[in-house]
Design a protein around this ligand. Structure first.
Ligand SMILES: C[S@@+](CC[C@H](N)C(=O)[O-])C[C@H]1O[C@@H](n2cnc3c(N)ncnc32)[C@H](O)[C@@H]1O
Length: 598
């Protein structure tokens, strides 16, 4: 970006009656691009006004291509930027008209969509790293659907873009390296062969994701997803604390007001793009904010259709969310959100998975939603509900285990491919963005684990009389340790008997208590639950339990001498396993198996 380009843009604005406050100036630096600063102390509202005739909307795309939608707006911008020929609209050449605006647009938006393979390795094991190819494919499809449609042939010479087309058609078989070398590097270097190539479209797409505004502000009747470009107003950078107001006048001009009081000389005049986390900022805008309080982590879960259907039909208090429940494009619109809220969801809505966004500052709200879902997933078949204490604890520990796994994957050092180092440069700014993004994601995961631990603590306190650990049992049931344990292992080589977990010991305790009918009076409820379960299930022992119980039996009760029958039968072990499955959960932190009173 040259300073002359900025000056020309501001002069063009003046000629076109764009109103810019007297006491601001636009400056440029490498890190923040063009941005706006107050020249002196500002105590009043700062107001920018943009006349309708300098706003780029879908109406122009309609006049040029006959279709008014965001995809065609992207083609229009690409044409204005990269086509040497004029783009006529009502007798005006739009390229000439918007030339100063086009010259001041960023050459590259630093989104990972255009990072080279070496840079992309910085995002390994993150949501963004895992989703970038999918995102690229969906933008590529948006382009392909237009250029491959016969009715649009009049706008494009398809032979010129045959390589772009074949790369899309073979997308799954093309390595990231080749995709970068053949296609994306042309976007990154701003050297697309023609204006309707995919590289040109991708540049335009990123200009829209990083600087478009919702059109409904100047045109309330438009499609809620329509967007527009606002020259000069779009030079304002983002801060989630900025108090900005967008409105329009009757003549459909756009009005931006900065409501931050007491700006000092040199302070930046900022816009507010919405409460966006670093993942959204980096992928759509190519920058990150340090210590971003809007940061969030996206958890995606894939569940079988039948499970989703069951939840939608019978579990109204379990919220299943999709990406449409969150921001979907450049600037969030209330209308789009309302449209999502009123639609009843079906299984088809979840083809891309169930999405939960966990906020770094307030993970609790989402953790509570996730806990309900995980309790449901961990509830045992039969009569158990996701609201039962055992299922809730089991869900909590499964969720905690999954989040901890995510965290350790995120922390693992990326392994760099040797030949990338020789072939590709590493942009320092992208390195910084990747590391800040990872830091933010780690922080969300850590805060989520702390929140789950805090919830577990509350639940343990509230339900302490309904929970029983093996340590408590051993303290109170001396008969078990002193007599029963040795009778169970008569004839078994004592050196072989070593319990590695509280789970094993609990199984043995249940076997002993059921066999000798010796549940201590304090724990009579365990006996009752044991009898009740076996009254209900009869001889139905599920296959997983059969396998686990057999392995356990073999490990502990294989007699040294074939002449001596072990004192415990496989059936007794299976029954104890069944009981533990339906009445216990295991804590991930201590690997401790806990019995739950119903
Ligand atoms: C709407 S434009 C703002 C004007 C832009 N600086 C320019 O040079 O054209 C959005 C782009 O500005 C940059 N940007 C916005 N807010 C930023 C911030 N807080 N820190 C760093 N860069 C920011 C990003 O490159 C983003 O893609």
């Amino acid at each position: 970006m040259s300073l002359e380009a900025l000056d020309s843009l501001l002069e063009w604005g003046q000629q076109n009656h764009v109103k810019i406050p007297q006491n601001v100036e636009f400056v440029y630096d490498e890190l923040r691009g063009i941005h706006c600063k107050s020249k002196d102390m500002v105590t009043d509202v700062l107001k920018f006004e943009l006349p309708h005739n300098v706003i780029l909307t879908g109406v122009l795309a309609e006049k040029v291509f006959g279709t008014n939608n965001t995809t065609w707006c992207k083609f229009l911008l690409a044409k204005l930027m990269f086509d040497k020929d004029a783009t006529l609209c009502d007798g005006t050449d739009l390229t000439e008209k918007f030339n100063p605006y086009l010259n001041a647009l960023p050459k590259v938006v630093n989104s990972p969509l255009v990072w080279n393979p070496r840079e992309l390795e910085l995002l390994r094991n993150t949501n963004l790293g895992n989703s970038i190819r999918g995102k690229l494919k969906s933008i590529y499809k948006e382009w392909y659907d237009v250029v491959s449609n016969m009715t649009n042939k009049k706008f494009f010479e398809v032979e010129t873009i045959s390589h772009d087309i074949s790369c899309y058609e073979n997308f799954e078989h093309i390595s990231s390296e080749r995709m970068y070398d053949d296609i994306l590097s042309n976007t990154a270097n701003k050297s697309p062969a023609v204006w309707y190539s995919f590289s040109a479209f991708l540049w335009s797409h990123l200009i829209f994701t990083s600087r478009a505004f919702p059109e409904y502000i100047i045109n309330p009747e438009c499609d809620p997803f329509s967007v527009m470009l606002l020259p000069i107003v779009d030079l304002l950078n983002h801060d989630y604390q900025a108090k900005a107001e967008w409105s329009s006048n009757e003549d459909r001009s756009f009005c931006y007001k900065n409501l931050n009081e007491n700006l000092k000389a040199g302070d930046e005049v900022l816009n507010n793009y919405g409460a966006k986390g670093n993942e959204e900022l980096l992928s759509g805008y190519g920058f990150v904010l340090e210590n971003n309080i809007c940061d969030s982590l996206l958890l995606k879960l894939k569940l079988p259709d039948d499970t989703i259907r069951d939840i939608l039909d019978y579990e109204p208090d379990i919220e299943l969310l999709t990406i449409d429940d969150y921001t979907t494009f450049a600037f969030e619109t209330e209308m789009a959100q309302k449209a999502n809220a009123t639609n009843k969801k079906t299984v088809e809505n979840f083809s891309d998975g169930i999405i939960y966004l966990i906020n770094v500052q307030n993970p609790r709200a989402t953790v509570l939603k996730l806990l309900k879902l995980f309790s449901y997933l961990k509830k045992c078949s039969g009569k158990e509900s996701h609201k039962d204490l055992r299922a809730r604890f089991d869900g909590l520990h499964t969720l905690r285990g999954a989040i901890e796994q995510n965290l350790s994957a995120m922390k693992s050092e990326p392994v760099f491919t040797e030949n990338y180092r020789e072939k590709y440069d590493l942009n320092e700014y992208r390195l910084y963005c990747a590391s800040e993004y990872r830091k933010g994601q780690e922080q969300v995961l850590k805060n989520t684990i702390s929140e789950i631990r805090a919830i577990e603590k509350e639940w343990l306190k509230e339900n302490k009389h309904s929970l029983l650990s093996i340590n408590k049992i051993l303290k109170n049931d001396t008969q078990f340790a002193e007599n029963e344990l040795s009778s169970l292992f008569q004839g078994i080589d004592q050196e072989d008997v070593a319990f590695e977990s509280t789970f094993d010991l609990l199984i043995i305790w249940i076997v002993a208590k059921a066999k000798y009918a010796s549940f201590p009076s304090k724990y009579e409820w365990v006996g009752k639950q044991f009898n009740e379960l076996h009254r209900v299930i009869g001889d139905a022992i599920d296959i997983d339990v059969q396998n686990d119980a057999s392995a356990f039996y073999e490990e502990f009760f294989t007699s040294k001498s074939e002449a001596i029958l072990p004192p415990v039968t496989l059936d007794e072990i299976q029954r104890a396993f069944m009981f533990v499955k339906y009445n216990c959960f295991t804590r991930v932190s201590s690997d401790e198996t806990i019995l739950v009173k119903k």
